[in-house]
Design a protein around this ligand. Structure first.
Ligand code: ADP
Ligand code: MG
Length: 210
């Protein structure tokens, strides 16, 4: 199979993510109830329902499509997650450009630009118990797998394994950013909701190629 990433595949990815957010809506709210304000699932689901509904009429070139998704997320997702997830997609879209079919290496660089956008906006550092703790290891794993010329499903699978480990690593972390940081020591022992939803990005990626 081709390891090229087309706008159609990117659209499937975003669609799968929206579907997963909808399925996991209550669980994401429950995770946020433990260390925040119980709205993370609702925030994301509201925004990505709008995003998914707009996919059939969204721009059909990779960079334009993903930038459009990012802008829709910024305007429709509330809480801290809206600007953070939105910036991730906008920066990813800017970085991948409009080549009709990207290779995995270029996509990995795009994901790294998305991560840099999240950091520029939220200033999260490793171990702060945020999306960063999923995105950073997943991007590294995808980058390494792309460099090693793995097939596309294996590249995404490597990303998912690293993302899942990153998500689980947030349980023992003390939150240093966002609402959960107000809890101090009491934030330890809970999965971070944003890390959990960020991990779904990589589940969605694997689903988009199977
Ligand atoms: P809010 O905290 O405004 O209610 P959400 O509940 O939608 O927003 O999102 C909470 C998630 O946002 C957290 O679980 C965390 O992963 C993420 N988050 C919060 N602040 C930051 C930040 N500065 N950088 C990266 N991620 C952050
Ligand atoms: Mg919240």
């Amino acid at each position: 199979m081709s390891d090229r990433i087309t706008a159609e595949l990117l659209s499937r990815w975003v669609h799968e993510f929206s579907a997963l957010v909808s399925v996991h809506h209550d669980r994401l709210n429950a995770l946020d109830a433990a260390i925040g304000d119980a709205d993370h699932g609702t925030n994301l689901d509201r925004g990505f329902t709008v995003v998914a509904a707009g996919l059939p009429t969204a721009p059909q070139r990779p960079g334009d499509l993903i930038r459009h998704v990012g802008r829709t997320v910024v305007s429709n997702v509330g809480g801290a997650a809206g600007p953070l997830f939105g910036t991730f997609f906008v920066c990813l879209g800017d970085a991948i450009g409009n080549d009709p079919a990207l290779d995995t290496r270029r996509f990995a660089l795009g994901l790294r630009a998305g991560l840099a956008g999240v950091v520029a906006r939220g200033r999260a550092e490793p171990g702060d118990k945020t999306l960063y703790d999923v995105l950073a290891p997943a991007v590294d794993a995808i980058d390494a797998a792309a460099l090693a010329q793995y097939d596309l499903p294996d590249v995404f699978h490597a990303g998912l394994l690293a993302a899942s480990a990153g998500r689980d690593s947030t349980i023992d972390m003390l939150a240093r950013k966002g609402r959960a940081s107000y809890l101090g020591e009491r934030s330890v022992g809970h999965l971070d909701p944003g890390a959990t939803s960020a991990c779904l990005l990589f589940t969605a990626a694997t689903l988009s190629v199977t």
